[in-house]
Design a protein around this ligand. Sequence first.
Ligand SMILES: [Mg+2]
Length: 317
Amino acid sequence: MAVQNLKPNVISSSSIHYADLIKSVRDKNLKSLLARKKLHLVLDLDNTLLHSSTMLKLTKYDRDYLQRSVGVKLIEEKKLFQWNFQRNDSVTCLPARGRNDHWVTKLRPNVETFLKEASAVFEFSIFTLGTCKYARKMLDLLDPEGLYFAHSQVITREDIRSKPLKKGLDLVWAHERVVLVVDDLKEVWKDDNAKSVIKIAPYEFFDDESSNKKSWSRNWADESEKYGELARVLRELKKIHKEFYNVEEGQDDYESRDVRDAIEEVKRKFFLQGTKEGMSKHAQETINEIDECFKSMGLNCRTNGPNVILQTNHMVM
Ligand SMILES: [Mg+2]
């Protein structure tokens, strides 16, 4: 089936008077969301779910990569796309050589699984500093069958009134207390929304000559599907969702709960676990150091957990 016939039904937010509409939509949405034990997840596009570049910006190295079998294979597998804005908003796979007015987009490894599993417990919206036209293209690539974003709100740079451009949850059609954000840039969000943002390490597949960091393509590698950032963030999101809905029987007044508290609680538990493991590791390192020290003094040192048992064979003067 042609990709252009499967475009998700994107709801543009550019021409809507938000002040009155948002409250009404949020109130209606909240009950439905909580009844289905879901939360709302706002997703960034660039460097979070994918990496795009114009062909013009690609280095000679990356152009070469696209023409090699590894690049061609990614295109055949629909993990890497070359496209332009010309053909009636359709996504067009182009020959590997491409042209300078063409774009190239690489989907982040594991993105399909991420969307599939996250959609079981979250409703999605998209918030990008790219244009609406660009966002529609990217959703064609990410969700050609309209499984995940068919009814999603898509917020783009055209919807933002503030200068400089800042993303804000005031534009999202869900109450802030049930909204989580995944973005590679926390600083593009208004300060008031910082607590809602789960930061993900940026995905940079294509080369950037202005950066010292080697791109994945230059390394002839890619982020791990199993241990990469999307897998990590998915685990974190599931924990937060579980924490939000983890209430004692009879106390399921979810409307009074706030997902930002759940985020803090998950962070606190993670920190405590990390501290415990860190202390355990530190304790073992200390025991090893003591062991080495006593050995150098001619003493036997037998460790028993955190306890150190000395066996003195002779006097040390
Ligand atoms: Mg981004």
